[in-house]
Structures are given as structure tokens and as C-alpha cells.
Design a protein around this ligand. Sequence first.
Ligand code: PLP
Length: 386
Amino acid sequence: MNDPKIYTGFATKAIHIGQEPEATTGAVTVPLFQTSTYAQEEIGKHKGFEYARTHNPTRFAWEKNLAALEGGIAAFAFGSGLAAEDSLMKLLSSGDHVLCAEDMYGGTFRLFDKILTRFGITFSYVNMTDLNSVKSAMQPNTKMIYTESPTNPMMTLTDLAAVAEIAHSHNAMMVVDNTFASPYFQQPLALGADIVIHSATKYLGGHSDLVSGIVTTNHQDIADQLKFIQNAAGAVPGPFECWLLLRSTKTLAVRMKQHEKNALAVARYCENHPKVQKIFYPGLESHPQHELAKRQMKGFGGMISIELGSLENAKNFAKAIRIFTLAESLGGVESLVCHPVSMTHGSIPKEKRDQLGVTDGLVRLSCGIEDIEDLLADIEQALDKV
Ligand SMILES: *Cc1c(COP(=O)(O)O)cnc(C)c1O
């Protein structure tokens, strides 16, 4: 039972690694250690647990579980996806340069552009689909390439293996935000990335009931530094979030399969609908990077963006749709609809948004795991009102 080699498949790992029955009672779920500190037997003698920012068994179980799912050697959990990003950027120092994907999650751009630049770290933004621009944007002080694949909300892919090679030829680290794909569909470490970060708020949590983040790596030196930063800077999650995540991860495989099945059906429906001017979903043959998606992902995920042509059309669609809830966030069992310009991507300057295709008429769908007939009927009636 404790031999990890018997856990080979993804769902088996998700259900068992870090989730062994508890030693004292045999409880089959990991207990929630809702404590801030631990009694010590005598001065200098304790059970390896001193203070809960540093040590929490519920958090350790979740970190072990996620590391196994991504193929990392260790993982470090944080209070949110952005706390995870902020902490991992503390691997860098003043004077370092980071090369980023130009169409990232708006909050990531805001953290880099509004806060981290004040600490002497410089950032430049390139089209990660163009390997020549990536190569020519590398600087002597580039310590990190930071990308998201697929991106939020344009569903652009980075060729992770090719970009990792560029990073490594410059002795830079390759960081991938794997939030949209989840480890079920994409494992960037196996493709050459050095660090993977997740907003665990999304698919890993999967039920729209928590905010959390996690970072994993397959390098011992990076793991040692992240462990130090996690404790020294202290952006840790509470144990209850970790406990919920341990519960969520057990169904990650079945949820992702259903998210994808529904998304593909919604995408095929929208692709042929006259009110939908453009559709962005890597699972469609019409997506410019469909071949790359097939090569580096095991599936295409549950996120779709559609271009409805104008703010008015987007508003009418969002007003009419009923099962899809108008809300920020994504990756939960319930379907959500989001208007990136006014909701998640407001912090990106307008010219930049226009250039990327994040227009006033763009609507993002997070396809949940409801019955597909209901979702399609809902989209049909909402598009009628556009
Ligand atoms: C939501 C999100 C984040 C930020 O995570 P929080 O948990 O909201 O802090 C980062 N990256 C991507 C791709 C996201 O969707």
C-alpha cells in the first residue's frame, strides 16, 4: 500500500499519493490539521512539527499529491495563484530580466508590471508562438521565461519543448502557468519546463469554493529555494483549503474528461453558428495550433472564447444565458461565462488588448460538467438574443 510504484495511472496517483490512510486511526481521508502550533516534549525535542507556517501535515499531503501529478519532486502551496507567482518570482533578484508571453492572465501582468518592476526586475513581452522573436528577445540577464499555455483568454499555445530549449541554452529557467490545461491534460515538466505554477482556485479545486495556488519543480536546487521562500515570506494557504484540494484532486481525472467532452460539443456548435464570428478552442481543427495541441497535450480542456462582434452583442448574450453564470474565475463543475475586457483583463492596456484580440465582443466560456443537452440549449437561446 505504501509502495508508490503501484500507483502508475493519473487517477490512481490522484486518489492515493499523499492520501494514504492515516497512521493512528486508519482514517481513509487525510485529517484536517487545523492547528497553528505543536506541543514539544522537551526543549529541542519534537515530532518534526514546530509551527504551522513551516509544517502542516494536511498541506504536506496536498503538496505531495500535486507534485506526483505534475511529475515534480516537490510542490509548495500558497494562499492564491498570485501568491504562488509572487513567491516564485522571489527566486530572482534585482537586475534580472524575465521574458513573458504577451497574452497572459491580467493579474499576472499586473503583478509583474505594477509591483515587481519596482524591485528592479525587468520584463518584456513577446509573442511566444514566434520562436524567432523569443530567441531575439533574450538578454544577457534573462533568468526566466514565463509563459501560459493555453493562454487566458485567447487560447494561444506555447511550444513548451521548443521554448524550454531556448531558455536552457541561455541558462534561464522555464516557468509554465498550467492552470488552463491542468496536469491531467498537460505536464510541462516532462516537456522541459523547470517550474509549473497553478491557480488551484480553478480546475484543481474544481468546485468554485476556494482560492489557492501551488508551484512544483523537478530540480532539487529550485525546490530548496522555494521551500525557503515559502516559509520565509509566508504566503501559505490555510489547512482547510489543502484539505478541500485533496478531496478535489480525487475527481480531477473524471472532471477533466467531462469538461473537455462538453467543451468540444459547445465549440462544434458555436463554430457553425452565424452569430459567432470567431471561436478560440485548441481542440478544433480550425485552431491555428491544433497540431501542437495534439502533440503536447493529452486533451484540450474546458475553456472556449467566442467573438460576438460588439460590446452590445456580448452584453445581450451574457444577459440571456441562464445555466452559465456570469462570473470571473473558471474550472468549476458549474459553467461560467466571463467578459474578459470588463472582468479579468481590465488591467491590460486597451491597445495591447486590441492587438491580442481581447476585444469588447469577446466572451469566455468555462464549460462545466452539466448535461450537454442543457448547455447547448442554453447557448442556443442566448445566441438567439444576440
Ligand atoms: C486565476 C488565474 C491566476 C491567478 O490565480 P488566483 O488563484 O486567482 O490568485 C493565474 N493564472 C491563471 C491562468 C489564472 O486563470
